[in-house]
Design a protein around this ligand. Structure first.
Ligand SMILES: Cc1cc2nc3c(=O)[nH]c(=O)nc-3n(C[C@H](O)[C@H](O)[C@H](O)COP(=O)(O)O)c2cc1C
Length: 375
């Protein structure tokens, strides 16, 4: 029977399925529910020191559906980080760790460009017993107005400096969550790893405008008739997340061996998740999928991953982690490989068994005779 358990950055995970930061990890109740349903770990909704500065609006989601089936494939949100007081979060971190001491709880944190604030948030969360951190350097809306989130994550120099502050005080694993709203994802990933962080999570949502209502002429989601660009998630973003994970995994393999990668973006099935693992991820995270299907979806995801492992005879995740990375190359190398393969096929066809006497030719007479012979 294949094993789904693995150790990532010293954290023992019963399986690689992790709740991504967002509504599915937004208080102690739902985090407990996630553990009860069998999730391998939970990243809580992003917390900050001054929740009173966080004011959400309603509605704050807008969805895209397939024209044929009505199935939701795209999801935009303009939700901010947690609006619950930091003190409440600290109490709940303790409660969760008391009730689930063996389960992995990852605190997603975000702060302004202020060294003391980062030191304080890391230190106070550590006191509660959380197992690791994920730095939200990637939320693309709202918080950027305070130079937080993706405003930091899209600037590698700033990112390296802030990650360095965190590493001065963090005594447990730190993952950095990437914004996809950059041209070259390798640059912020390298900056975080140079600062000493153990892992990368990729990706957060993609900056988007989901649509304009043709009756009201107002963009969605419409708040008192107005909107703002939001973050796009769900199935539609998986190809972009896979590409970025492939690029980051290549950097890890070549320049930072031993660091970890957590894949996020559009994962809804065990077969989706398996593709992220094949491209080098150690874990996979799900946010919108849980909002669409509920916490129990992890059971099917685990079954589908196990089926894949059985089909290929893999006993552990390590046996296939990153396997498919070797099949990426440059376009010019594809051209070279194709030319070589065609030449080889052509050479082979020259000595193919002749079908009719008119095909005998003087130059390859011996090869043609050979091809027709046995023994
Ligand atoms: C409603 C909503 C709220 C989110 N809030 C956060 C957050 O507080 N912190 C964070 O790092 N990511 C947040 N995310 C981003 C998700 O964690 C995830 O990176 C993204 O949605 C892509 O994964 P998915 O397609 O599985 O949702 C949020 C996403 C959604 C849809």
């Amino acid at each position: 029977m294949p094993k789904l358990a693995s150790t990532v950055d010293g954290l023992l995970l019963p399986n690689p399925f992790v709740i991504a930061s967002g509504p599915p990890g937004t208080n102690a109740n739902v985090i407990g529910k996630a553990y009860d349903e069998g999730w391998g770990a939970v990243v809580c909704k992003t917390v900050s020191l001054e929740a009173e500065k966080v004011v959400n609006v309603q509605p704050r989601y807008a969805r895209l559906r397939s024209r044929e089936t009505g199935e939701i494939y795209g999801w935009e949100n303009i939700e901010l980080i947690s609006d619950r007081p930091f003190e409440t979060w600290l109490d709940e971190f303790k409660l969760i760790k008391d009730k689930y001491p063996d389960r992995v709880l990852i605190a997603s944190i975000m702060e302004e460009y202020n060294q003391n604030a980062w030191h304080e948030i890391v230190g106070r969360c550590q006191e509660t017993g959380v197992d690791a951190f994920e730095l939200n350097m990637s939320c693309p809306h709202g918080l950027t107005e305070r130079r937080m989130g993706s405003a930091m994550g899209e600037d590698p120099e700033l990112l390296e400096e802030v990650c360095g502050w965190v590493m001065q005080v963090a005594d447990r694993p730190v993952w950095v969550k990437m914004t996809p709203n950059v041209t070259r994802i390798e640059d912020p990933a390298r900056a975080s790893l140079r600062a000493g962080c153990q892992g990368i999570s990729a990706i957060n949502t993609i900056r988007s405008v989901v649509g304009v209502n043709l009756d009201t002429l107002r963009p969605e989601p419409s708040v008192e008739g107005y909107s703002t660009a939001g973050g796009y998630s769900s199935q539609a973003i998986m190809p972009i997340a896979l590409r970025m994970c492939m690029e980051i995994a290549t950097v890890l393999r070549d320049e930072f061996p031993g660091r970890s990668l957590s894949g996020v973006g559009g994962i809804e099935t065990g077969r989706d998740a398996t593709q992220f693992l094949l491209l080098g991820c150690d874990t996979v995270q799900v946010c919108t999928g849980v909002m669409k299907m509920g916490y129990r979806c992890v059971q099917t995801m685990k079954e589908q991953l196990l089926e894949f492992m059985e089909q290929h005879g893999f006993e552990t995740l390590d046996e296939f982690k990153g396997h498919s990375l070797q099949y990426f190359t440059t376009h010019s190398d594809l051209v070279r490989r194709q030319a070589e393969a065609r030449a080889a096929r052509q050479a082979e066809s020259h000595i193919r068994m002749i079908q009719a006497d008119a095909e005998w030719d003087g130059d390859s007479f011996v090869d043609q005779s050979d091809a027709l012979s046995r023994g």
